[in-house]
Write a protein that binds this ligand. Structure first.
Ligand code: SF4
Length: 371
């Protein structure tokens, strides 16, 4: 059964009612059971769990230590193009926004990559708007072949592709796929994606499946927090993660928690997510999925990132630029959104070390596979 089939059995309003109906006893059961179910996730996401947030944090912390130890894997995004054929209301790259657009040449990509490499990173995330004509699959294959000499892990956060295209990227050296559903609420999805290929909810929903079939080693999913009710988004993201972990057990499934940030266009989230809700969400995911990677980016402010880290985070970006050319080119283009944590990679690494954790710049090498 595909995830598109599976999700048909879950109605948004019914899931929301189930979350709101959870009691303190349900939360206690979810907290102190050995094996947690999807139903336990609903309890941990519920308003009834709010008085238990400290207990959740302690358990999430202990679970992460047991499974991962005290390590944080570092990565940096490299934006290669801000051209886009879609018009997502919340995004600075929306095709209707009058911004400076740019697609990096392969030489410029390498110049940006060199700056990132010199900051210590060996895991890189290639990001672009959805503009297959400007950045076709062949473009990504070529730059991956050049980048793999320097980076031990290359992930992509670009437009959804078909399985064969993903296979050609993997062959060129890409090992990770990031794709956020943005919102699992179909009505909201249609509202915030008024034009372009991205209007196709099902095509996007099935992207992690196509990535799993193609054989990506890492698959990262998430919902863009602020578009709809975060508790229900969490429930659907959890459902998706459980499904992917069972079906594509060879891939490491991770979850990101991107909150909407100010961007050109001035979109205001209808469902703002406060810091306490974000912490509850992260703890709930760690308790449900002890083996999942949990990612927090520079969208979040410095102090909050420091405090969220011990709750279950395994991957952090640092020193990010969200515009093509933002690391090293004088004439860089406009950004996708404003980042919040503006610390340098060295400063973030120092914070991680002083918290008793170890920043890991490289935890994987393709030579493992070749060997
Ligand atoms: S979110 Fe992605 S697809 Fe939508 S406008 Fe921005 S870059 Fe384009």
């Amino acid at each position: 059964m595909s995830f598109a089939d599976k999700i048909k059995g879950y109605n948004w309003d019914t899931v929301k009612s189930a979350i709101l109906a959870k009691t303190a006893d349900d939360v206690r059961r979810a907290l102190y059971t050995d094996i947690r179910t999807y139903n336990d996730l609903l309890a941990l996401l519920s308003p009834a769990a709010e008085p238990f947030i400290e207990d959740m944090a302690q358990q999430a912390h202990r679970t992460t230590l047991r499974r991962f130890g005290k390590i944080i894997q570092m990565y940096a995004p490299l934006y290669v193009s801000n051209k886009c054929s879609n018009s997502c209301l919340y995004c600075g790259f929306n095709r209707t926004n009058k911004i400076d657009r740019k697609t990096l040449t392969e030489k410029e990509v390498m110049q940006e990559a060199e700056t990132i490499y010199n900051s210590g990173f060996r895991h890189i995330l290639l990001v672009s708007g959805e503009a297959p004509k400007d950045v076709p699959v062949s473009y990504f294959c070529r730059i991956a072949q050049s980048l793999k000499i320097f980076f031990s892990s290359i992930s992509i956060e670009i437009y959804p592709m078909d399985t064969e295209e993903y296979k050609s990227l993997i062959k060129s050296g890409v090992d990770g796929l990031t794709v956020y559903q943005e919102t699992y609420n179909r009505t909201t999805y249609r509202q915030v994606h008024p034009a372009g290929k991205k209007r196709d909810y099902k095509w996007r929903l099935m992207t992690p499946d196509r990535g799993g079939i193609a054989g990506f080693r890492r698959i990262n999913i998430g919902a863009l927090l602020g578009l709809s009710d975060w508790r229900v988004e969490g429930a659907f993201t959890g459902l998706h993660a459980i499904y992917l972990m069972r079906k594509y057990w060879q891939s490491l499934i991770s979850i990101s928690f991107p909150r909407l940030r100010p961007a050109t266009g001035g979109y205001e989230p209808d469902y703002p997510v406060n810091d306490s809700a974000l912490a509850q969400l992260i703890c709930a995911f760690r308790l449900l999925l002890p083996d999942a990677g949990l990612v927090i980016s520079t969208r979040e402010p410095e102090l909050l990132r420091n405090n969220l880290m011990p709750l279950g985070i395994t991957q952090m970006s640092a020193g990010s630029r969200t515009s093509p050319g933002g690391y090293s080119l004088e004439a860089h283009a406009d950004n996708q959104f404003e980042i919040s944590d503006i610390r340098s990679p060295e400063d973030v690494a120092r914070m991680i070390t002083s918290s008793g954790y170890e920043p890991v710049w490289k935890d994987w090498d393709k030579a493992f596979l070749e060997g």
